[in-house]
Unconditional design. Structure first.
Length: 253
């Protein structure tokens, strides 16, 4: 099952579950109504906690999304800096390293283009790591042969930064809130629907506009939060930021 389908099913589950709990709450209230004052206090507490949790999860997802975009910019800059510093090496050593850089950037781009095919993307990342190792070994050998201090002092640290950012980008997609946070979010959404349905029992007929609107808004919020947490796998992408890496690859030709 694709990630997009899974997120759609989660959002649909929240939507249908809230409609169900709205109806259950309404029927319970018709059979046995609770004191109005007591009900208002409980509803206010639950809805307040739900709003706080939605704000917390959305804010956290947006922050992590921005961090991943920033890592794309930093990696592009690091690769570009290291590539320019190849000019410090002997002329004979530069062509092979430049070709390795072009292949490396292409492999990095391919790893993200292939998503959500996890297996194919992992293979492209493995290829990029192999090229990364080749670049480091060839650069160290060229610096030793040249015996030029500026090349060693400027090129190798730039390569080290480039490799460290690869690790940061590899780990960034696994940074998420504990699963219990999402379980609590879904649970509070259903609890709030139950209480809302209970409060709506005073009306002689169902107010479908409010019921459908409430469930749809919560389902949409859950969908956006999950999509922000797992960019590239759903509808939210980094296309505009990936163009910086594409432009860098084109400049290497």
């Amino acid at each position: 099952m694709s990630y997009i389908r899974l997120v759609e099913l989660c959002a649909l589950g929240v939507f249908l579950g809230m409609l169900l709990f709205l109806e259950v709450g309404r029927r319970l209230a018709i059979r046995r109504r609770a004191p109005a004052a007591e009900g208002r206090v409980i509803e206010g507490a639950v809805f307040g906690l739900l709003g706080l949790l939605v704000a917390f999860t959305f804010s956290g997802a947006a922050t992590r999304f921005d961090t991943r975009r920033q890592l794309i910019v930093e990696e592009t800059n690091a690769i570009g800096t290291a590539y320019l510093r190849l000019d410090l090496l002997p002329t004979a050593a530069q062509p092979a390293l430049r070709e390795r850089f072009r292949q490396y950037v292409e492999a990095r781009l391919e790893a993200y283009r292939l998503l959500p095919d996890i297996a194919a993307a992992h293979a492209a990342e493995t290829r990029a790591l192999q090229l990364q190792g080749d670049i480091w070994r060839q650069a160290v050998a060229a610096c030793q042969e040249a015996g030029v201090q500026p090349a060693t002092m400027l090129l190798l640290p730039a390569l080290n930064v480039m490799m460290n950012l690869t690790t940061s980008r590899a780990l960034a997609p696994s940074m998420h809130p504990p699963p219990m946070v999402f379980v609590m979010l879904f649970g509070l959404a259903l609890a709030s629907a139950l209480l809302a349905g209970h409060a709506m029992a005073g009306s002689p007929s169902r107010t479908w506009l409010y019921m459908l609107g409430f469930a749809a808004v919560m389902a949409l919020a859950v969908y956006v939060i999950l999509d922000l947490e797992f960019p590239r796998l759903g509808l939210i992408r980094f296309g505009a930021f990936d163009q910086a890496l594409v432009a860098l690859r084109e400049s290497m030709r």
